[in-house]
Design a protein around this ligand. Structure first.
Ligand code: CA
Length: 234
C-alpha cells in the first residue's frame, strides 16, 4: 500500500469522483478541491505528495494555480500533473514551462492515470533524500531497521519521537516550520503547533547532552526547527 497523499483540484464533480475512486483503489490518500483558490489553500496546509490539477477551473484557472504553487516556497517542490482537455501542444509546453511535472489529456484511461501518478511520485522521491541510513555528527539513523544511535549507543525513542527525528534528519540542514512538521508527521488535522514543541523538547532530552544548548536539534527563531551538527552550540 502507498500512503502518499494526492490533492485533486478539479471542478467537475463526476470526474473528481472518478479520480478519487481510482486513486484510492491504488492505496493513495485523496484530498479534493473544486476550485483554484481552495486548491491553493489546501496545498499549503496539507503539503501533499502530488497535485493533480485541472486547467479549466472557474475563476482562477489551472495555469494561475500552477504558477502560484511554484512561486510559493512552501509548495514549490510538490509535483504537479496537469489535466488538460485541450489538443494544443502549445498548452502542454506552457504548462511544463510553468514547472508542472507531467500532463494527462482528457479523456484518459485509468491505467494511464495510475502509471503517470506512479512515475511522477517515483521521480519526486528520488529527488528527496530517501536513503536507508543517515549520519549527522554523532547521530546515526538506520531507517530500514528503525534504529537510532548517538555516539554508538542505541537510543530508546517513542514512535512519535522517531518519526519526528526521521523527518528532520531526511531534511537535514533545512529549516522545517512547525506546520511542515505537522503536515509531514501527524497530518494537518491531528495536532497543533504546540504539540510539535512538546515532542521536540522530549526528543532533545534524549539526543542532546545539554537540551538547553542543543548541538543537533536547533530552534531557528520565528521559522522552526533544523537538524545540523554543530560542535559549538550557537
Ligand atoms: Ca474543469
Amino acid at each position: 500500500m502507498h500512503s502518499e497523499r494526492i490533492l485533486v483540484v478539479e471542478d467537475e464533480e463526476a470526474l473528481s469522483d472518478i479520480l478519487r475512486d481510482a486513486l484510492k483503489r491504488h492505496g493513495y490518500k485523496i484530498e479534493r478541491a473544486f476550485d483554484g483558490d481552495t486548491g491553493l489553500e489546501m496545498a499549503e496546509k496539507l503539503l501533499p505528495d502530488l497535485i493533480i490539477l485541472d486547467i479549466m477551473l472557474p475563476r482562477m484557472d489551472g495555469w494561475e494555480v500552477c504558477r502560484r504553487l511554484k512561486e510559493n516556497k512552501k509548495t514549490s517542490a510538490i509535483p504537479i500533473i496537469l489535466l488538460t482537455a485541450r489538443r494544443d501542444e502549445q498548452d502542454v509546453v506552457a504548462g511544463l514551462d510553468l514547472g508542472a511535472d507531467d500532463y494527462i489529456r482528457k479523456p484518459f484511461s485509468l491505467i494511464e492515470l495510475a502509471a503517470r501518478v506512479r512515475s511522477v511520485l517515483r521521480r519526486s522521491k528520488a529527488n528527496n533524500n530517501k536513503e536507508n541510513s543517515i549520519k549527522i555528527g554523532p547521530l546515526e539513523m538506520d531507517f530500514e531497521r528503525q534504529i537510532v544511535s548517538l555516539w554508538g549507543e542505541n537510543l530508546d525513542l517513542s514512535p512519535t519521537e522517531y518519526h519526528l527525528l526521521e523527518i528532520l534528519a531526511r531534511n537535514k540542514e533545512r529549516v522545517l516550520s512547525r506546520e511542515e512538521l505537522l503536515a509531514k508527521g501527524w497530518g494537518y488535522y491531528l495536532g497543533d503547533s504546540r504539540t510539535v514543541d512538546v515532542h521536540i523538547s522530549r526528543l532533545r532530552r534524549k539526543i542532546e547532552e545539554d537540551p538547553e544548548n542543543p548541538k543537533l536539534l536547533h530552534t531557528v527563531r520565528g521559522r522552526g526547527y533544523m537538524i545540523k551538527w554543530k560542535e559549538k552550540s550557537a
